[in-house]
Design a binder for this molecule. Sequence first.
Ligand code: ATP
Ligand code: MG
Length: 692
Amino acid sequence: SSQVDLTSVLSVDTRYKTETHAAASAGEQVVEETQVLFEANEEFRKNALVSSTEKYEEMYKQSVEDPDTFWSEIASQFHWEKKWDVTDGKVHTENFDVRKGPIKVEWFKGGKTNICYNALDRHVEAGRANDVAMFWEGNEPGYDSSVTFGNLLDLVSQVSNYLRSVGVKKGDAVVIYMPMLVELPVAMLACARIGAIHSVVFAGFSADSLAQRISDCKPKVVLTANGVMRGTKFINLKTIVDDALKQAKQEGYTVETSVVFANEVATKKEETAWVEGRDIWWQDVIPSQSTKSEVEWVDAEDPLFLLYTSGSTGKPKGVLHSTGGYMVYTATTFKHAFDYRPGEVYWCTADCGWITGHSYLTYGPLLNGATVVNFEGVPTYPDAGRCWEIVDKYNVNIFYTAPTAIRALMREGDKPVKKHLRKSLRVLGSVGEPINPAAWKWYYEVVGDSRCPISDTWWQTETGGFMITPMPGGWPLKPGSATFPFFGVQPAIVDENGKELHGECSGYLCVKASWPSTFRTLFGDHPRYETTYFAPFKGFYFSGDGCHRDKDGYYWLTGRVDDVINVSGHRIGSAEVESALVHHPLCAEAAVVGYDHEVKGQGIYAFVTLVEGVEYSDKLRKDLIAKVRSQIGPFAAPDIIHWAPGLPKTRSGKIMRRILRKIAASQIDELGDVSTLADPGVVEQLIELRDK
Ligand code: ATP
Ligand code: MG
């Protein structure tokens, strides 16, 4: 059978711990893959949603053998104005095989629902109007607010009424370019309430990037703010929007209405550039709207939103998600991957400009009636203790962030963490990149006081929700592994010919069948959807990521397959080398790329950021190389170490390796578009430090 044998792989194997100890005491390199660092104790399991591997296996088995029954039962817990169609016992149809015709996925078709109704009205009607739905924490300490489910519903209703009043109808697109104010998730929910398709663009993206997205999805309205402070940096959002709207107009598309939230903490109204007739202040039109707003019942397959991928690998793709399956799946994954318990406070540090902010700051938690923290600022402002101060302030139980943030905080040492109690924390989460075991351990031991499991969630904009993720309480965790597939997810690791591999193996990570929140298309470009994701390996959805399955069946994401480096015939994942480098106590972050090498075909070029205050030296260079040699093998030893005060990252915190490849190849004139970088200045610094 093609299924991983979960019975054998999930039994807790104490042998590993013994091995680890033996290796450590013998002074050898500890093979990280064999370590089990977290195992839920009895107390944790007693209350856990999935309390044992047996329970998981049983549910997983049903979810893949009979997905229709499995998901129908879960879907029934939501409000459906009209129930979905059932044909031959099936609630979904799919074609995942390009050889059999167009790729098509549908879940709960014929059902009428509304995700905003399920996220807000449903809780208000159940008597929870006065419960806090969102704590908002501003960039500047001391600026905060809390919003109940009742408040949120009123706000959403007002915005939705306004959108209707300017002619936004079901199926129309609305672009949202706003900072992390309460009004951002409110705007998303308001669109959902009236069946409009929201497309959130991370506020801070350049005018070019925004214009490109506007020209692509042609929104009736753009919702924005005049400015925002992020850390100590002021971003004039309004001038960016103005430029973008001008560009879009030149390219042939005119936006008629731009609603501007006056963010007075960041900037003054009178200093805001203005286009009469097009621009209108949010505060002038929204508060006067009625707080009652009819719900637009939409088909489960009607589009909910459009979101462009973060563009780590090239031109962003307009990923389209539909309503019903996305609702059911994000709510269910949120609940299980974080073992969410009613009444808990949950904080996701992602911005709504990314899929994480959609599925796990807005929809997933609110559908569960959870209290979420929405933070406007950055983890290091005014100091590196800010996150833990916020955790204590709101008694956060579940904390979800990205490895890039963890490494940035780790660089500042333990002190800023230890200054705060963090007693409320129960579950931690990670998303965005493979988390290297060194960062995992720091997160686990220092932030979580060796008490909280870490849910390392692997998923993508395209998947809508978690695909491979721990369920705390279900099974032991190994640092750096996303562990096992979520219910209904059938991963397949294939070789370069598309042949599925079994047991312990490495290859391309694919998925064999649809899950409810599968993206339905790339906006306006179904052929690109098929060629990018379904044509490379016939019969599968191809994720673009590499993956290793160990002998216990644990999944280890090894980075994007484009990032694999071929050194004298050895295929080496950049993530592996980076992980080994970061394991050195003085290395804060590393990014590894390949470059043309006369002898080896490709050589390994490593950009290394050191821990705060550490000086560059040849000795350190040698130590770092030795670290990789001993941890992976001599064939993986970096040929070049390039000191990097900072790394070029997208605004979602991902390293843009295409730029590093150009620097490594000395093709400085061919860097391409650097405007979407969080800090384009980093690139100049790197160029200066060549040969240092
Ligand atoms: P683009 O597709 O435009 O290049 P992107 O892939 O960076 O952008 P996202 O959809 O935001 O856009 O990111 C998904 C990718 O992030 C995954 O394919 C994977 O490479 C990486 N990723 C996310 N979570 C994890 C995780 N827990 N472990 C390993 N990798 C992860
Ligand atoms: Mg991607």
